[in-house]
Design a protein around this ligand. Sequence first.
Ligand code: UDP
Length: 242
Amino acid sequence: MLGCRVDALTLNEALEVLGRFIASGKPHYVVTLNAEMAYRAMHDPRFRDIVNRAGLVTPDGAGIVWAARVLGNPVPERVAGIDLVQALAVRAAEEGWRLFLYGGAPGVAEEAGRRLKERHPGLNILGTSHGYLSPGKEEELLKNLKKTSPDVLLVALGSPKQEYWMARHLAGLGIPVAIGVGGSLDVLAGRAKRAPRFMQELGLEWLYRVVREPKRVKRALALPKFMIAVLAEARRTRGRRK
Ligand code: UDP
């Protein structure tokens, strides 16, 4: 949509794909695309290229699910980063996939890891790091990642920082799966709350986040701009089909 690839998969199918990536041993990064990111990709060819070179792009957000329908290529369901991480934790504990958590304020990844292990006793978390490292400390992290070689790396630096980071470093690290998960570690650590289920179902999770964090309002403005661009593209493609 609008020049961005989105994979039309369910949450379970996305998990299967991650399993295949891990079995292949080759590096793949995953983008959980929301409307704000898709709008950025429209105007930033470098970012768009990173999205389109991902191993998997999931439709994270009601805006993307709506756009896919309007553009005549519907996706089966929303696959949000936090839902993917939670389902992944269950599968990882069963399959023995080893995780590393990177990002968030100091203490967040550690706490998220502790809570995940509490919930999934078999889960193997090789390490954690906060997301505000100096260049020197980041070098240390890269070395540590090479040494420990996890199967899955969760990168929670916010978008677009996490996508740039994965595109730059993943091939060199050789980690089979890295997922840009935005604020998911904050949710797992209990520092941020998800919108109530009824708001998620109404496609209003973005509104909940704006109300809790008013400084998000500028970012949320990308949503109506994205919707206008989608409607214009839908009109163009209908015109072409006639
Ligand atoms: N973050 C980070 N390093 C940075 C900038 C941000 O670790 O240099 C973290 C921040 O602490 C937060 C997450 O990235 O946990 C971004 O969360 P947000 O909800 O803004 O993500 P998005 O809406 O982009 O998914």
